[in-house]
Design a protein around this ligand. Sequence first.
Ligand SMILES: [Zn+2]
Length: 86
Amino acid sequence: MLAAANAGSLSGGSLSPELAGLLVIPWIACVRCGQLLGRAHEREPWGDLSLLPTHYVIVHLREPAQPRLFPPTALREAFATLKACR
Ligand SMILES: [Zn+2]
């Protein structure tokens, strides 16, 4: 079962070196296992987040050091991975 994620934004660098300098915005959560699908964004020079994400990220808050990263073209795959649960 999926629900809107209500966690606060995460520092990308705390999840993966590949996400350093990015902000991960939790988006959709799996209520059953606690995984989150988030969007990683760059911060624009004017302080806002980039319109398009640089990655989709699946992170389990129990194992935040093992995120799964997807390129911005792979939303369908990221969503399927979230729905597959674990
Ligand atoms: Zn799940």
